[in-house]
Design a protein around this ligand. Structure first.
Ligand SMILES: C[S@@+](CC[C@H](N)C(=O)[O-])C[C@H]1O[C@@H](n2cnc3c(N)ncnc32)[C@H](O)[C@@H]1O
Length: 253
């Protein structure tokens, strides 16, 4: 089944066209996650896999200095434009880097945040990097796609192929996190609310930009084909019963 152009995942394609980089739970989840991490003005915070910069600008608007890292130069360009529009450019440094090999010294940050990035990476290695660059006593918080039950094999394969994503169940995420050296690991699991996700998009982008983005992406052959494909629709229905999101935090001892 062809879902995206060869070599590009569906999130990459839609992100480039719409300027929307996505995580489950939208702005509500970001607010909850930031609260759980205790990120506050005066902290040095790293946003790992910042995409088009929504989480980083949310923190910067609250007076938090952020280093926002992503491997994708197009996403970073959109993130910079977003921060310029929201007058937060002075609060955020954008850096192109691979999360598996962060270009920072040990014990640099008070808080590390990652929203919907670990499932696209070697989660163990990236959590290890988060642990390395955090100060002792620092907090890692991540928002990640989480299987609500043992995954359906076909869905698992589609997520890997189309989204290049490898979610885990809550207990598996916790083990990854603990093996990376974090303690006091907690997780808060939620189901996906489609109306909630839609409202989050509207709040972030406005009705006009959102509608334009949706229509624009549906005309992109890879994405349009995916939406018209009955197998995709079947998978979307499965997705909702199998996949939610988890907000997790852990502390570096
Ligand atoms: C689904 S998007 C989420 C973006 C953003 N955190 C948000 O919530 O809107 C995943 C992001 O992770 C980035 N990413 C994936 N693998 C990466 C890696 N190895 N190093 C750095 N960034 C990576 C992608 O480029 C993309 O911008």
């Amino acid at each position: 089944m062809t879902i995206a152009d060869p070599g590009r995942s569906l999130p990459e394609e839609t992100g480039e066209i719409t300027g929307i980089s996505e995580h489950m739970g939208g702005t509500k989840a970001t607010d909850q996650l930031l609260k759980m991490t205790g990120a506050a003005p005066g902290h040095r915070v790293i946003d790992m896999g910042c995409g088009t910069g929504l989480t980083a600008t949310t923190m910067a608007k609250r007076g938090i200095d952020v280093i926002a890292v992503d491997i994708d130069s197009r996403a970073l360009a959109m993130a910079k434009a977003r921060s310029a529009r929201s007058d937060t450019a002075e609060m955020i440094s954008f850096i192109q880097a691979d999360l598996h090999n962060l270009p920072f010294r040990e014990e640099t940050f008070d808080v590390a945040v990652a929203e919907s990035a670990l499932a696209f990476c070697d989660a163990g290695r990236v959590s290890g990097e988060a642990n390395r660059v955090l100060k002792s006593g620092g907090t890692f918080g991540f928002n990640e796609m989480t299987y609500l039950q043992a995954p359906d094999p076909a869905l698992k394969a589609v997520l890997r192929l189309a989204l290049r994503a490898s979610p885990h169940q809550e207990r598996e995420w916790k083990v990854i996190f603990q093996k990376a050296g974090f303690t006091e690991v907690v997780g808060k699991i939620s189901k996906i609310s489609l109306p909630g996700q839609f409202l989050s998009h509207l709040k972030t982008h406005g009705m006009l930009a959102h509608t334009r983005a949706l229509i624009g992406s549906l005309f992109k052959p890879g994405i349009g084909r995916a939406f018209l494909n009955p197998k995709t629709r079947e998978m979307v229905m499965k997705f909702r019963s199998y996949v939610g999101y988890g907000l997790y935090t852990g502390r570096k001892p």
